[in-house]
Design a protein around this ligand. Structure first.
Ligand code: TMP
Length: 225
């Protein structure tokens, strides 16, 4: 059986990843692909408990403990869902994966890069995404969108400077130099997050066809554009 594909949507707060993941999953399912859509942190009973702690704990969490909690949720979802689905030939779509750790915990919190990468390798078992789509949006616009969704969670309350560091990190990931130095990340491309959800969705479909032509190059909608 052909191996599945791991496709990750990433980006700063309010970039529209979750909407785009839903549109993408529906589109691909309608085209007959077998899809598993997941989000991090979460996606398992343990991961959902960890998500509650990370996003809604009233007290402070130290940066290292925060990083390790994200990793624990990741280790669990890899073993229970991601690895078995990929082995069964399913296309796994993830709303965030470890580029978020690199942006939020290394660039944002200032944790040591080598230590975080080593811990991440334990959590992922060395699994490399086939494609990371980083949705690019001005941080102020993203935080304003996130605020419209309602109450701020613990990560969203981390301050403007923190979120500016996170956004700058995401913007750097697609550069050749960064990708050459981080082979575990797989291919990373930026998607312009401006415009309507449908406009962003069409950009994502084109990126899929360009970067994974064997799997997605034949989609009618992409061919027509
Ligand atoms: P979201 O799923 O609503 O985007 O919320 C997840 C939050 O957790 C978001 O603020 C990004 C943050 N996060 C990290 O800081 N590190 C990680 O490794 C992941 C997966 C998420």
């Amino acid at each position: 059986m052909a191996a599945g594909r791991l496709i990750v949507l990433e980006g700063p707060e309010g970039a529209g990843k979750t909407t785009q993941l839903r549109l993408l999953a529906t589109r691909l399912e309608n085209d007959g692909y077998r899809i598993l859509a997941l989000r991090e942190p979460g996606g398992t009973p343990l991961g959902d408990s960890i998500r509650g702690i990370l996003l809604h704990s009233p007290g402070d969490i130290s940066p290292a403990a925060e990083a390790l909690l994200f990793m624990a949720s990741r280790a669990e979802i890899m073993e229970r869902h991601v690895d078995p689905a990929l082995d069964a030939g399913v296309i796994v779509l993830m709303d965030r994966f470890f580029l978020s750790t690199y942006a939020y915990q290394i660039a944002g919190r200032g944790l040591d890069e080598a230590n975080v990468r080593a811990a991440n390798s334990l959590a992922t078992g060395g699994r490399t995404p086939d494609l990371n789509l980083v949705i690019d949006l001005d941080p102020a616009d993203g935080l304003a969108r996130a605020a419209l969704r309602g109450s701020h969670d613990r990560m969203e309350r981390s301050g403007d400077e923190f979120h500016a560091r996170v956004s700058r990190a995401f913007a750097e990931f697609a550069s050749d130099d960064w990708q050459d130095a981080h082979e575990e990340s797989g291919r990373i491309v930026m998607v312009d997050g401006a415009g309507t959800p449908d406009e962003v969705h069409n950009r994502i479909m084109k990126m899929l066809a360009q970067n994974l032509p064997g799997e997605f190059g034949m989609l009618d909608e992409v061919k027509r554009q």
